[in-house]
Design a protein around this ligand. Structure first.
Ligand code: ZN
Length: 44
């Protein structure tokens, strides 16, 4: 069975914020580990 790269990325598990456990929306900036909420907390 051949899985196309597109299909492969679609089947990847969703990113979960290690800080609050919130499921994150897919982000282009993959280096971000935390969700927007936790990131904004840290910058304060
Ligand atoms: Zn979070």
């Amino acid at each position: 069975m051949i899985i196309s790269p597109i299909e492969f990325f679609r089947t990847l598990p969703k990113k979960i914020c290690p800080e609050c456990g919130e499921t994150m929306k897919e982000q282009a900036e993959s280096y971000l580990m935390e969700c927007d909420r936790c990131l904004s907390k840290k910058t304060e």
